[in-house]
Design a protein around this ligand. Structure first.
Ligand SMILES: [Zn+2]
Length: 245
C-alpha cells in the first residue's frame, strides 16, 4: 500500500455496520463511524455505499481489493474528504444528514452532496489507491477521474440529465478561467506538495472532468458519444495493463 493512502483513526466513536454483496460471492463488511451519539446521522452514507460499491466493482470488472471498508465522519479535517485506502475520512457536514429538523429541500440537497462525495471516495478505492500515481503532478487527473466516474454512476442510478445540468452550471466559470492569463495548462510538472490543495489547480481539476468525459466517449460503441463509459472503465484493470494509467 502506498504510504500516502495509509491512515488510522483514534477516538471515542460509534458506528453503523452492514455488509455488501460483491462479485466473489463475498459479503464485504462496511461501517460508518461517527462521534458518540451521532451514528444515526451516518445511515444515508451507509446506504449510498451499499448501493454504489457493487456498481463500481462491476464497472471495473475487478474484485474489491480489501476485506473491509470503513468510512469515518470527523468534526475537523484539513480537506473535505480523504480517500485513505478503506478508511475514508470525511468532514461531518459533508457526509452526515442533519440531526435536527430541516426543510425537505435542504435534506434533498444534503443527500445529493453526500452521494456525490461518497461515490467519489469509493472510486478512489480503485483509482488513487489500488492504482496509485508515481507523482503528485497527476493529482488533477486522480481527482477529475473520481468525480467523472462518480457522475457517470449517479447518472446510471437515475440522475437524468446529470451531464447537461453539470455542464450548464460549470461552463461559465470554466470559460472565464480559461480566458485568464494566469490560468496554467491542465498538466504542470513539479507541482508544490506543501499541501494536498497545492498539488492541483482548481481549473485543471474541473477541466479534467470534461476531458475524461470526452476520452470516455471515444470508447463508445460505434464511435457515437452516448455518455456510456463502460468500455473505458473495463480498460482500467491493473491485472491486465502493462502500463497503469
Ligand atoms: Zn478525491
Amino acid at each position: 500500500m502506498s504510504v500516502s493512502v495509509f491512515a488510522f483513526t483514534c477516538g471515542d466513536l460509534d458506528y453503523l455496520e452492514s455488509t455488501v454483496k460483491l462479485s466473489a460471492n463475498s459479503e464485504l463488511p462496511v461501517r460508518v463511524f461517527t462521534q458518540k451519539g451521532e451514528s444515526k446521522r451516518g445511515f444515508y452514507a451507509l446506504e449510498v455505499i451499499k448501493e454504489s460499491l457493487p456498481i463500481i466493482e462491476q464497472k471495473f470488472g475487478v474484485a474489491f481489493p480489501l476485506p473491509k471498508l470503513d468510512l469515518v465522519a470527523l468534526p475537523f479535517l484539513s480537506d473535505g474528504g480523504v480517500e485513505n485506502w478503506s478508511v475514508i475520512q470525511i468532514l461531518n457536514e459533508h457526509v452526515l444528514t442533519p440531526g435536527w429538523d430541516v426543510t425537505e429541500l435542504k435534506l434533498k440537497e444534503t443527500k445529493s452532496r453526500i452521494k456525490n462525495i461518497v461515490v467519489h471516495e469509493l472510486v478512489h478505492m480503485y483509482v488513487g489507491d489500488y492504482i496509485t500515481f508515481d507523482s503528485f503532478d497527476y493529482t488533477w487527473f486522480n481527482e477529475a477521474f473520481a468525480t467523472f466516474m462518480a457522475s457517470a454512476i449517479l447518472a446510471d442510478l437515475g440522475h437524468e440529465n446529470l451531464w447537461l445540468e453539470k455542464t450548464i452550471s460549470d461552463i461559465v466559470n470554466l470559460k472565464r478561467a480559461q480566458s485568464l492569463k494566469e490560468t496554467k495548462p491542465i498538466f504542470v510538472s513539479h507541482v508544490s506538495t506543501d499541501s494536498t490543495q497545492s498539488t492541483l489547480e482548481k481549473e485543471a481539476y474541473e477541466k479534467g472532468i470534461y476531458l475524461t468525459r470526452m476520452l470516455g466517449n471515444l470508447f463508445s460503441e460505434n464511435g457515437v458519444p452516448n455518455d456510456n463509459f463502460d468500455n473505458l472503465f473495463k480498460a482500467i484493470d491493473p491485472q491486465t495493463q502493462q502500463t497503469p494509467i
